[in-house]
Design a protein around this ligand. Structure first.
Ligand SMILES: [Zn+2]
Length: 160
């Protein structure tokens, strides 16, 4: 991946994010959302501070998609479903609230929301919870630890 300086003001570049990581390789990391809009809500991020999907080097595109698909398999197994949403928001106008490229992967279950598309409005306010714990309910550290460790175990089984 191209050399990009990490940004100390970016929540995805801070070292604390490692506690939420359940799967990673040299260039990408899968992290559990501290305030999931549905169980299993995870994010895939490049480890380097890349703001835009359009800045992701061509040579990394295949790896990004392949990595993300493995994350989907991990979440599918952990949350016992093959249904999922996947979304990327590019720039403020589209709802990108952290200027470090990330995709959301959200496992889905029958009737988990009144309408299948109801997840999207929830997303807009969700990512800020990584920064602001008062707006919506965050998982407690011990709850997160249990989920992240389960996902790490499943990852190890899928990847070996
Ligand atoms: Zn960053």
């Amino acid at each position: 991946m191209a050399e990009v300086e990490n940004n100390i003001d970016c929540p995805f570049c801070r070292s604390g994010i490692k506690d939420l990581s359940f799967f990673e390789n040299e260039d990408f990391s899968a992290i559990y959302n501290v305030a999931p809009i549905l169980p299993g809500h995870a994010l895939v991020i490049p480890k380097k501070h890349i703001t835009s999907f359009l800045d992701l080097p061509d040579k990394d595109l295949f790896e990004f998609i392949k990595f993300s698909r493995t994350v989907i398999k991990i979440l599918s197994k952990a949350f016992n479903t093959e249904a999922f949403n996947w979304t990327l928001q590019e720039k403020d106008e589209a709802g990108q609230s952290i200027a470090h490229m990330h995709i959301h992967i959200i496992p889905r279950k029958p009737e988990d929301l009144p309408h299948p598309g109801d997840w999207y409005p929830k997303l807009k306010y969700n990512i800020n919870n990584i920064l602001d714990s008062h707006k919506r309910e965050k998982l407690k550290p011990e709850q997160l630890k249990v989920i992240v460790e389960k996902l790490q175990d499943i990852s190890a089984g899928i990847i070996k």
